[in-house]
Design a protein around this ligand. Sequence first.
Ligand code: BJW
Length: 238
Amino acid sequence: MGGPSGKNLVVLSGAGLSAESGVATFRGQGGLWEGQRIEEVATPGAFHRTPERVHRFYNLRRAALRTVQPNAAHAALVRLEREWPGRFLHVTQNVDDLNERAGARQLVHMHGQLLEIRCTACDGIWSWDRDVDTRTPCPGCRRAGGLRPHIVWFGEMPMHLDRIMTALARVDLFLCVGTSGVVYPAAGFALMAAENGCRRLIEVNVEATGISGDFTERRHGPASVEVPRLVNELLEQR
Ligand code: BJW
């Protein structure tokens, strides 16, 4: 990231960014997967006890990715990335690839990616767009039974935290799109930014969240409408 000081922008996105593309959110209306709360399926313990069930959950979501497309909010964030005059980092909690498909480059997936798989035997990470089960051999070490989604489950360390913390240490404008703000550490990023001197923090969400009070501005409406509108304003003000 390079650019003038005073113009450091961090975007944090959550499931609400992809909701209008047809990717289900985790919480609120329609926020259940196969009748299970995400807290009950996205844990190392759940995978240990019932790996087939957890693989099925991720297989369904991986297959569903083929049926969805980026929406106007993904596109607007890519325009912001390309035209913003300072440093830019988009931190997404989403495991879909819709930001990449819209053209995002300055992007980190802090909760991993559906289209990657990890081998617990050899630690290899592989691009993966097919189903996987407990008998699937690792493409690297050939051991069967060791593959797991390259996803951050509850109790596991989120990815790219060094890069995220560096960006949050010098952020001037923090933009948060479509997250309920219940999962940490992401839910604490706005407060962290403010403590580091960030004076403009904007939340975009269809409704108020438990962290709305951490922001200096709130835009309540669908991301596909509010994000393009906000990006126009930000690029006019630069
Ligand atoms: C729209 C919209 C539209 C809809 N337009 N908006 C007690 C206190 C503090 C922490 C803990 C605690 N007990 C346990 C913890 C830690 C735990 C945690 O936070 N638990 C909470 C449940 C309390 N966190 C962890 O374990 C994390 N690791 C960790 O903390 O490591 C230690 C550590 C310490 C210190 C520093 C760093 C690390 C790991 C968390 C892993 C989360 N994994 C999941 C699942 C895996 C990915 C996957 O399968 O997809 O990640 S959980 C799930 O929630 C997923 C999401 O990324 C994450 C956040 O959800 P998100 O994106 O906010 O979605 P929703 O559905 O909740 O909200 C959608 C929002 O969109 C809503 O607000 C809607 O209104 C809105 N919306 N349509 C705009 N059209």
